[in-house]
Every structure is written in C-alpha cells, then in structure tokens.
Ligand binder design. Structure first.
Ligand code: 4AD
Ligand code: MG
Length: 456
C-alpha cells in the first residue's frame, strides 16, 4: 500500500495526483449513504476543505459497514483520485479500501448542522472539528507565524520575558498573584503573572536595538466584554533610537503584512469568513482597503473635538465627552466605524490616563502615546515613546506613586547608555478577531479564560 498523503497536498498539487492511487486518514464530516454507493466527506485537518470519498458496493467488501460509519468517526481510505471538473469540488477519491479507525456514536455533539457559538464553547474540546473553528485556529497559527516572519525578516531579536514577575508593568493593579499554599513566599517577595513584557523588553532593546516579545499575558480585569480575556497573548516590539512616528510606522507595516500573509496563505479560510462570519460579506474588501491605504494619525485633542462635534450634531454617547477622559469603546467605535471607516492612530493622550513610562510631551499635559483603533474592535494596539529622561521619569513615578526602589533596574536603563526608544503591544486575539470577523474573544482562543470560566 502506498504512503499516506494529506488532503492539503491533494488540493494544492492536484495535477500530480489525479488518476493515481492515494491514501488518506481523517474524520468523517458527513456520510450520505445511498442504496449501492455513498459519499463520505472527510476532513483530515491539514486543509480547510473536506475531500469527498465515493464508496460503492461493487468495490468494497465492507460496504454495508461503511454505510453506517458515523459522523465524527476516524477513517483510513485508499482509492483513485479523480478530477470531477466541478469548481466547488474539483477532486474526489473513488475508494478501493475504507477502514474504520475510531468509531463515533450518534451522540457525538458536533453534527453537520449549524451550532450556536455558545453551545460550541461548552464543547471547546470538540469545536476544532467544525468549519468555523478549523478556520479560526489555522488562521491563528498562520498569524503567529506571520508576526515572527515580519520581525525576523527585519532582524528583530525575539525575547522571552518572564511570566512570573514582581512588577506591575502597567501600574493598573490587575494582577493574578502567584503563591505556594502553606509555604513562605517562594520567591522571597510577592509575585504575580505578567501583565506585560515591556519593561524587560526595554532592557533588551538597549542591547539588541530592535526586539519583540510574543507570549502569554494575564490580567484580572473584571470587564465582561467580548474583547477582554484573563489570559491572552501579546506581541511587544521595542525599538531603540526611535520615536513615536517610527513606532506607528512599524505597527502599520505589521498589520498590513499580516493581512497580506493571510490572503496568500489562507485563501479558503478568508473566503469562508467573508461568506459565513461577516454579516455584510465585505471582510476581504475591507481588509484589502486597509492593506492598501495609509492609516490616519489623529491627536487625542482632535479626536475629542470630533466627538464633541458629533454630540453637537445629535449623536448620543453613554459616557460624557470632554478633554481628559479615557476614550470609551463607544467613542473609539464612533471614530473608526462611523467617522473614518478605517483604522486610525490616536496619539498624544493626556498623561493622567496613561502609564508612567510614556514620554512627556513639551506641553506638559500629554504623553507620546499611540493607540491603533480598528473598526469593529476598538483598540488593537497600544504603545508609546518611552520616557528616556531619568529626572522626568523619576518625577512622574513619584507623582503617581510607582515604587522607584522596585524598579531601580528599570531606571538603570536610563542611567547607562539610555537612548530614546519606543514600542507597542499588539493584542494577538484582537488581531485574530479583526482579520476573521469573529466578534467574541472567547471564539478565537482554543481554551479561553474569562471571569467564572476556566473549564478545560
Ligand atoms: O494597551 P496595553 O495595556 O499596553 C501594554 O501592555 C503596553 N505594555 C504595550 C507596550 O507598549 N509594549 O495592551 C496592549 C494590547 C491592547 O491594545 C489590546 O489589544 C490587548 O493588548 N489587550 C487585551 N487583549 C485581550 N484581553 C485583555 N484583557 C487585554 N488587555 C489588553
Ligand atoms: Mg491600552
């Protein structure tokens, strides 16, 4: 018997295999049994599309058994690959041998019909076997690869920053403490799961020039939104000898690179999202536009003016608009979804609503911050130029009560060969939501962790 191949290879290199004997392993998505023949749709996980396997009584001694193979069962098939001439299903296998590898009874929860996302979250261990989650999680894998490629091609060094840390890098106090029950503090001091790798990333940028992190991040935020998870992944590049403008250019290039990569490497998945997930079927059109356009840069103060104009024209917001507020999701969505209908950078936020490490602007009121906001999601990226001036940074830490002794090592980065530098954090899951059109963060994480939810 010939070696097994994979369905991706059969679809991508049809010419090589048509009229040849091929062998595959996979799971049955549907089984349509007729009197003397039948069709299995089998997915082997290597490709978004199923392969159709035609089975006939005349060919198979176990025909009667095959007719009863259940949805979800694992099978092994051998047969001739045939070109059908149909665009929707260009190839099929005419089976000469079909074998049950793992049976699947009728109570298998994933049946060939539309299940709600809520139901599928309850069977998160089985949902990768649906079309939607097959597409989402392959795209998740591809986006991770695209991000590494993007940075590696430009010789950024990938840094593994610690997951257990003593610092609250964002100063927002949303940390999970790490303890060993019944023992003295293991690390001799209180520690928590990281909320950001940025501060350690900055240390490496002062040695390697350009670095990025890509790792899990934990925040005990009690926001029950569709965009927050307690455990998520973040990508944090940090660039030395660089300012906010360079930082934004990098973020913009990265987003475009990812979109381009998906168009090239996941056309089937992207077509599926466009057709079945995006309500207006314009996902591909919108992402194409994003890829080919220049993102607007909008200072916070101008953003507030735009929002005030909208209020004056009758737009109702739940949250009051005035200079100094942190933009609420409804404000961000107004800017991206209604006004610009495109991704934008909002820059130079008031210092009082941003983290201690952001560089103070000459006005003394705002900092060199940037958030990339995108339609449908809101904040995709948050970043800034960092305060490289030791005295200004120390003053700022004193003013807002960030403990300088604990972060003395961070201040060293300003004492010893400090240079201007900048960086940002991309919420990995938000990026997946943005490129797939999937609206809930719990549906782009294999086994999501959110308040009251850590099953699996
Ligand atoms: O804006 P944030 O808090 O920025 C930082 O952590 C900086 N240290 C980044 C840096 O400059 N190096 O978080 C960055 C991004 C957000 O824009 C958002 O996309 C995502 O991380 N994010 C979350 N994603 C999912 N669930 C949560 N609870 C998130 N909190 C932030
Ligand atoms: Mg932010």
């Amino acid at each position: 018997m010939m070696d097994k191949t994979v369905v991706r290879e059969l679809f991508r290199n049809k010419e090589k295999y048509v009229d040849q004997e091929v062998a595959i392993n996979g799971w049955i998505r549907t089984n349509r049994a007729q009197k003397s023949f039948g069709f299995l749709n089998v997915n082997d996980g290597t490709f978004f599309e199923n392969i159709q396997i035609v089975y006939a009584e005349a060919q198979l001694a176990n025909f009667k058994d095959v007719q009863k193979y259940g949805v979800g069962a694992a099978v092994s098939a051998v047969g001739r690959l045939v070109a059908t001439g149909k665009a929707a299903q260009p190839i099929e296998i005419q089976a000469t041998h079909l074998e049950l590898i793992g049976a699947c009874p009728e109570n298998f929860p994933i049946q060939p019909k539309r299940h709600t996302r809520e139901f599928l979250r309850d069977v998160a261990h089985l949902r990768p076997r649906t079309n939607l989650f097959s597409a989402v999680f392959r795209v998740r894998s591809l986006v991770a690869h695209a991000i590494h490629s993007f940075f590696q091609e430009q010789h950024f060094v990938y840094v593994h920053t610690p997951i257990i840390t003593a610092s609250d890098g964002e100063g927002a106090g949303e940390m999970f403490n790490v303890t060993t029950p019944g023992k003295e503090a293991f690390f001799g001091q209180p520690v928590n799961l990281t909320v950001t790798g940025q501060l350690q990333g900055e240390a490496f940028a002062m040695a390697f020039h350009n670095i990025y992190t890509f790792g899990p991040t934990f925040r005990a935020e009690h926001s029950h939104t569709t965009r927050h998870a307690a455990e998520f992944w973040m990508i944090e590049p940090e660039i030395a000898f660089a300012d906010l403008a360079a930082n934004m250019a990098l973020a913009e290039d990265m987003v475009k690179y990812i979109i381009d990569y998906l168009f090239k490497h996941a056309p089937e998945e992207m077509a599926f999202f466009n057709q079945w997930v995006d309500e207006t079927h314009t996902l591909i059109e919108r992402l194409t536009l994003v890829k080919d356009s220049q993102f607007k840069r909008l200072p916070y103060t101008e953003a507030i003016e735009l929002l005030l104009e909208a209020v004056a024209a009758g737009k109702q917001f739940e949250n009051n608009v005035e200079w100094g507020i942190d933009l609420a999701t409804e404000h961000e969505r107004y800017l991206t979804d209604d006004h610009f209908k495109a991704p934008i950078f909002v820059t130079d936020y008031p210092k009082d609503i941003k983290a201690f490490y952001m560089r103070l602007n000459d006005d003394g009121k705002t900092v060199a911050a940037m958030d990339m906001l995108v339609p449908g999601i809101g904040e995709l990226i948050g970043g800034s130029q960092r305060e490289e001036r030791l005295d200004v940074l120390e003053q700022r830490m004193d003013d807002i009560g960030v403990p300088k002794d604990e972060l003395d090592w961070y201040l060293d980065l300003r004492r010893y060969g400090g240079v201007k530098h900048a960086g940002f954090g991309l919420g990995f899951e938000r990026m997946i939501m943005y490129v797939t059109g999937v609206e809930n963060i719990r549906d782009v994480i294999p086994f999501p962790r959110t308040p009251n939810n850590a099953k699996f």
